[in-house]
Unconditional design. Structure first.
Length: 105
């Protein structure tokens, strides 16, 4: 996993921590903080997937704002819409937003 993604996971955990203080009755924020911090500490096992993430984050044909928007949306969903078992699942969710989908076989 890249330092950039680790930083973004920690930044999202900080945001969830502030949100948890604002909405103490919603336990999902505290659970998301724990998961995001755990994911930020992982190294990732799938090097080709991490390499693809790095390529996309540096791809000049993709607007930086668009990449950041996709990444922010995926990270904000951690602990709410999905509970990834490892950081590779987070990377896959981000990368898949930029990969062409296969149409049939």
């Amino acid at each position: 996993m890249t330092n950039e993604l680790s930083f973004e996971l920690k930044k999202t955990a900080d945001w969830r921590r502030r949100t948890a203080k604002k909405y103490p009755g919603d336990w999902r924020n505290a659970a998301a903080v724990e998961l995001l911090e755990k994911l930020a500490q992982e190294g990732g096992e799938d090097q080709p997937l991490s390499d693809r993430y790095d390529e996309l984050s540096e791809d000049q044909s993709i607007a930086t704002e668009h990449f950041n928007e996709v990444q922010s949306r995926e990270l904000a969903a951690v602990g709410f819409q999905h509970k990834p078992s490892n950081v590779d699942a987070v990377i896959q969710a981000i990368v898949s937003e930029f990969e062409p989908t296969s149409q049939g076989s």
